[in-house]
Design a protein around this ligand. Sequence first.
Ligand code: NDP
Length: 496
Amino acid sequence: MNITGQQSVRIFLTITVLMISTGCFKKPEQKDLNSSVSHEASFSHSIDQALAHENVVPVAIIGSGPAGLSASLYIARAGMKAFVFAGPMPCGQLTETTFIENWPGRDRVLGLDLMTDIKKQAESFGATIIHDTVTNVDFSSWPFALTTEEGRSFKAMAIILATGATPRTLKVSGESQYWGKGVTTCAVCDAPFFKDKEVVIAGGGDSAAEMVFELAPYVKKVTMLVRKDSLKAAVAMQKKVESFPNAQILYHKEITEIFGNGQTVTGATIYDNATKQSEKWNIDGVFLAIGHDPNNSMLKGGLQLDEHGYVVMQGRSQQASVPGVFAAGEIQDPYYRQAIVAAGEGVKAALDAAGFLYEIGFNSTIGQKLDQNFFEHFSDVKQELKEIESIDEMNEFVIQGKGLVVLDFYSTECPGCMRMLPVLEGVASKLAGKVTIIKTNYAKIQKTIWKALWHTHNIKVRRLPSMIIFKDGVFLEMSTELYTKPELLEYLQKFL
Ligand code: NDP
């Protein structure tokens, strides 16, 4: 009988689930994946020792991009509780990209749609996504101690680090002053706000090329500023950039200063490193696509990182230097940086983490004991937000609304908006009876509510997401910040 790859994976998982669910677990034969690393140190970590603690999870998955969600899919399918801490950018960097054309089996798919599908698939197998950010992981004792931004503290027998990387900034004068006011790293989010304007992109990689694809349909002119004499982007991407009549690529160019009128960017100083000349350009926006740094700030010592801060892997496995700690995706990959690679590594990390747990004696009975302890602690409390779509509804629920009303302008294509929605739902639940939070989809309302607010209250929504605060129908303030739940609670307290 021929067994395909998919069939053999199914058979492996079915056997794994059966072994756990019947409680007759024993060490899987395909381990050890990494002969150069000994798991011996972990054998001294007894399950009884772990059970003596409160709030212990079998596996904590930190990060919810392709690596974290793929790991959660495999952990959940192996019959273990999979807790994914979504972090500050739920579903990861792909939500900020446009179309993906290199995901096997999908011709052309929006990054956000792909991630939403992967998340739904993981959840359908029982993965729990928690909208909170792990801020500290202590590797000095086992089970590992973790704390989160919202004040959760818990322990984990195994950890999968899938925190990805963060876009780099130029660190030039004016960049932080005009952040969100013309300087941005997200073309998908902000392109519509640069209609008929002139913008520049710093960087010559695939991300910069993608930004051109996103911006060119809106802007009058977009210029890619590349500091070397050639692009890092793939040839196919370069050809596509050149196909836009309003796009150009300039080489040897560096941005050394960004300036504006106090409200928004009006220009930048561009240095030509070939001619050694600087020029001031009048431009309306600066888009940054100059690479990423690994998100490792929650790793407070005890884990081996390389000189650039990437987690060091042991051999061919996804195991980090501490037994029981695994990593996948851009937190440990400065080279390939592809979503499909991160997803594959997430799967490897899940299989490695499951193997580690089996080796130390984890089984379904222990899993059930842990469930009783931690389930409540991790449940996300949230309240669905009322959605308005017409001016009549805005008048009824916002303008004539009683008490504090927050109107959130969002779009499903804006990653910042999708990041804020669970935060708003959590805060709506915590402040129920004190604050009413209402959302309105910018794409659906076709600017009607937006325009009405401009005429009646002089409020102009310039970017998404935007939160507009009213008290008894009186406009108080507008905020375009991205908040965590504790930050938003604190921000709204001042209006109560
Ligand atoms: P890259 O590291 O590939 O490119 C970064 C670019 O920014 C380079 O041109 C680099 O120049 C430049 N740069 C770095 N620092 C500065 C600075 N301080 N000032 C000016 N320029 C600077 O990053 P990307 O984000 O573009 O891509 C990351 C990975 O993701 C790649 O593997 C890429 O292939 C992949 N990707 C794939 C996509 C797709 O297939 N659809 C889309 C987007 C990304 P220099 O070369 O001089 O260092």
